[in-house]
Design a protein around this ligand. Structure first.
Ligand SMILES: Cc1cc2nc3c(=O)[nH]c(=O)nc-3n(C[C@H](O)[C@H](O)[C@H](O)COP(=O)(O)OP(=O)(O)OC[C@H]3O[C@@H](n4cnc5c(N)ncnc54)[C@H](O)[C@@H]3O)c2cc1C
Ligand code: SF4
Ligand code: SF4
Ligand code: SF4
Length: 389
């Protein structure tokens, strides 16, 4: 049976829990809300399937991958889709194609007051909830089993998620049912803690004395594609967008990531999916003006023959430029994120002293942040002065 000896060995993909015919495995939250498998030994028959299905290792299945992935820059022709998507709305073009042909789309949406979770969509209205990056671990619940049921019924399924989720699903589904399954992964930096996100919303509600009714993890209509600012709307003043950055600050500090993100197996070009989508950082090397308005551009990487075919079919919906793969490289395609050295201290302090304490101690809400910010300013000024001399 599956045994997690170190938390960095498990990405929480749910493949083991989904494969167990005896329902002996449940996904349980740790102190920060990340889900890990727990085995009920009374139900377990020691069949070994859960260990076999786990794909969080270097030998994950790459048998369908093309010898070289094919890269493009792409932006949807409909401006409103680009405006409401994270990058260039490549996901919308692909999922539209599947929905128009009677297929099913799975992606990250919300439940219970902005808790991030995977959902199933059969209409564009349902699918629209999946637009935009949610920088929190998405709870997959029983999605893998639902996908299998859909495939058994002969439906085409597009599943979108993190690379570790697509790798786990690929392994769980197996070769027999893979033909009608389209896997779309994102280039992934890491997933932050669900509990810190939950508490952050609660704190904002206390501060603003109103319920959060709208969330955008990365606002781009006002701030632009390049910027990274959160946006919220509150009950009673829905017309006002409140822009913040404290959750984002912790995201980039790599202090609230899942442990496995520091040991990720998929930060390379051997992608565990048919198509990879990302922000096209460094687009200027490929085309001088395509994203000059800073509205967003998707990097699309076709990894398998199926991925290539799907992209050919949706190309008409987008403005597309071919790209050289070496011009599209970014850190999350080269190596895993380095987890902050105080990640353990953060978790310990969160458990024992609570959310407000850790936001002040490690975030941008306390005197330490102000001291660090001003010290950095002074150092920069000194360097400038010495530079002039
Ligand atoms: C946790 C996380 C880390 C990221 N790290 C990088 C990075 O290092 N480099 C980079 O270029 N881009 C990164 N992205 C952004 C990602 O590349 C864009 O979401 C992607 O370009 C899709 O843009 P789009 O305009 O095509 O579609 P969008 O409409 O923005 O589509 C969003 C897609 O992302 C999926 N998704 C959103 N949130 C989650 C989640 N929490 N878990 C699983 N799937 C989710 C949805 O299911 C949907 O398929 C990250 C996104 C997330 C959620
Ligand atoms: S060994 Fe078999 S029965 Fe036991 S938890 Fe794993 S899959 Fe379930
Ligand atoms: S990585 Fe996935 S399959 Fe492996 S132990 Fe964790 S949840 Fe189970
Ligand atoms: S960084 Fe790797 S392990 Fe972490 S969520 Fe992304 S794909 Fe999964």
């Amino acid at each position: 049976m599956i045994q997690i000896t170190s938390p960095s060995d498990c990405c929480g993909c749910t493949a083991c829990a989904s494969v167990c015919a005896h329902n002996a495995i449940t996904m349980q939250p740790d102190a920060l809300g990340f889900l890990y498998p727990t085995v009920d030994t009374d139900k377990c028959t020691e069949c070994g399937l859960c260990e076999k299905v786990c794909a969080f290792h270097d030998k994950y299945d790459k048998s369908l991958n093309l010898p070289e992935p094919i890269a493009y820059g792409a932006r949807h022709k409909r401006a409103e889709e680009v405006e409401t998507s994270r990058s260039g709305a490549a996901f919308i073009a692909m999922s539209d194609y599947v929905l128009q042909r009677g297929g099913v789309v799975y992606g990250a949406g919300y439940t219970d007051h902005f808790r991030v979770t995977h959902k199933r969509a059969v209409t564009k209205e349902q699918r629209d909830e999946f637009k935009g990056s949610k920088y929190v671990e998405s709870d997959l619940k029983d999605t893998f089993r639902q996908v299998k049921e859909d495939l058994r019924e002969g439906l085409t399924v597009l599943f979108s998620g993190t690379p570790c989720q697509t790798a786990g699903l690929h392994s769980f589904i197996g070769d027999k049912l893979r033909a009608n399954l389209i896997l779309v992964d994102i280039v992934c930096h890491g997933v932050p803690s669900p509990y810190i996100w939950r508490d952050y919303i609660k704190q904002l509600e206390e501060e603003k004395k109103g319920k959060v009714v709208y969330v955008d993890f990365r606002e781009k209509q006002q701030c632009g594609w390049r910027a990274h600012k959160e946006a919220f709307r509150f009950e009673g003043c829905e017309n006002e967008k409140v822009i913040r950055g404290s959750f984002t600050y912790l995201f980039y500090k790599h202090i609230i990531f899942r442990h496995s993100c520091g040991a990720c197996k998929y930060t390379n070009l051997q992608r565990p999916s048919d198509i990879t989508i990302a922000d096209f950082w460094g687009w200027e090397k490929t085309h001088p003006t395509i994203n000059a308005d800073d509205k967003g551009l998707s990097l699309v990487i076709c990894n398998t023959g199926k991925g290539e075919q799907l992209f050919e079919a949706i190309k008409e919906e987008m403005n597309v430029i071919p790209a050289k793969i070496q011009d599209c490289m970014q850190p999350s395609l080269r190596h895993p994120s380095k987890i902050h050295r105080k990640r353990e201290d953060f978790e310990f302090d969160y458990m024992h002293k609570g959310f407000t304490y850790v936001m002040k101690r490690y975030g941008d809400m306390g005197w330490r942040y102000q001291v660090e910010k001003h010290t950095a300013k002074i150092i920069r000024a000194i360097k400038r002065t010495f530079g002039k001399k």
